[in-house]
Design a protein around this ligand. Structure first.
Ligand SMILES: *[C@@H]1O[C@H](CO)[C@@H](O)[C@H](O)[C@H]1NC(C)=O
Ligand SMILES: *[C@@H]1O[C@H](CO)[C@@H](O)[C@H](O)[C@H]1NC(C)=O
Length: 403
């Protein structure tokens, strides 16, 4: 009896201390979110420990999430699913079986996971692609690009670029019965980053046939300069993407060198060159008041002169699309951009909305006051959230009307 009571007290204290997290009222299903977050945090701590004692890389431990959710390419009565390769890059393709005679639409989808984890084969992505294919009568090409820490920038970008370029060829589109005027690129989080970067670069490639009609970016990560935007400050400890994890993802995308993460954490990753890019992410002018709130703008970062040589690519627009100049934004396709109030990346998305609009690009900005980062992937039991379902159906509805 005595030991049971002690165990109960210890467990309760642990629970209260570790699981309980005061979350904003606006978020729904807060207890469930706390539990999910506690699981993520436990895994992050385990990953840290495993890396510390030299057993495995941090991201290899985080990959168990991906492995646990992997599903086989199973066709059903509405969609034929197959794993194949496009110009040597693995893709999972979803082809609708509708007898509808007209040409189909298509979406090249890029999964999230901080360029380090995740897979097109994970159940939530499979569900999303299946649903998109059936409801939109669209071919969905879900890209299985290479990941860090094995592979660094620009490999992830190049894989997605290769797939989009391959797919846009007239004969390939014809083979899948796709209307060349109705192709979208889309992705969430790091996938939104890759989709945005590919949309920018592909317009300058004279070899590319066809074009992208729509870019759909779900809470994308878009810049590597300012990690103290109001949303980074407000949501530094928000589930399921704390600032520390986001910066770990960013740093792993470029390098295994841990000093990069330390420099990003302490805001000392800037160079003379990146200093000149700061006005492209100046949130004091690029964010509406409702996002600026009462945060005070300070010039991002201390300079660290030997930095850019050590970490090539960190300020390349192919890695950080918000760092592209205005000229490059002008001819971009219509953008559907989702942001969540409780997300460190909210202001990356919101600044891109503003910069695209200023450049004359058509933008639909869908902001969720009750959203948190990653919500659209929480659509399968037991981690299904109403907000995830809402985001997914609005996303599909929007494509239904506009793609
Ligand atoms: C196929 O589509 C129909 C009509 O939308 C739906 O009722 C059915 O559940 C779908 N089948 C699967 C396996 O999702
Ligand atoms: C950002 O804008 C503010 C207000 O216009 C200005 O004071 C500041 O110097 C700008 N920062 C950069 C890096 O351009």
């Amino acid at each position: 009896m005595g030991t049971k009571l002690v165990a109960f007290v210890i467990l309760s204290v642990f629970f209260a201390y570790y699981v309980y997290l005061p979350l904003p009222e606006a978020l729904g299903e807060r207890w469930k979110l706390m539990m999910v977050d506690a699981c993520f945090r436990s895994l992050e701590h385990l990953a840290e420990l495993t890396e510390l004692i030299g057993l495995k890389h941090y991201m290899e431990v985080m990959m168990v999430l991906t492995a646990a959710e992997t599903v086989a390419p199973a066709s059903d009565e509405n969609v034929t699913v197959m794993d194949t390769t496009f110009n040597k890059v693995p893709v999972r393709v979803y082809v609708p079986s509708s007898r509808n005679l007209g040409l189909r639409r298509a979406v090249v989808y890029v999964h999230g996971g901080g360029w380090c984890i995740g897979s097109a084969k994970m159940q939530p992505y499979d569900v999303l692609s299946r649903k998109s294919a059936a409801e939109l009568n669209a071919v969905i090409v879900s890209v299985e690009y290479r990941l860090a820490p094995e592979h660094h920038f620009p490999d992830q970008f190049n894989d997605v670029y290769t797939v989009v370029k391959y797919f846009l060829q007239h004969d390939v589109l014809a083979q899948y019965l796709v209307d060349p005027g109705r192709v979208a690129v889309s992705g969430d989080s790091a996938g939104g980053n890759l989709a945005a970067a590919v949309a920018q670069q592909i317009q300058e490639d004279p070899e590319v046939q066809g074009e992208i009609k729509i870019q759909a970016l779900i809470y994308p990560a878009l810049q590597t300069i300012d990690f103290n935007t109001p949303s980074y400050q407000q949501n530094a400890n928000m589930p399921i993407l704390p600032k520390s994890l986001m910066l770990r993802f960013w740093s792993e995308y470029f390098s295994r060198d841990k000093s990069l993460l330390r420099n990003m954490m302490s805001d000392s990753h800037m160079t003379l060159e990146s200093r000149r890019l700061s006005d492209l992410v100046n949130w004091s002018v690029l964010l509406p008041q409702k996002f600026r709130k009462s945060y005070r703008y300070v010039l991002p970062g201390r300079e660290n002169s030997d930095f850019s040589a050590k970490v090539p690519g960190i300020f390349d627009p192919r890695a950080a699309p918000l760092l592209a100049g205005d000229e490059k934004l002008k001819a971009l396709p219509w953008a559907y951009i989702v942001t969540c109030e409780y997300d460190v990346l909210r202001d990356d998305g919101a600044m891109y909305v503003m910069r695209l609009e200023k450049a004359g690009v058509r933008v639909t900005h869908e902001h969720y006051e009750d959203g948190f980062h990653g919500a659209m992937m929480f659509i399968t039991w037991p981690t299904d959230f109403a907000i995830g379902q809402k985001m997914m159906s609005r996303y599909i509805d929007w494509l239904q009307k506009n793609l």
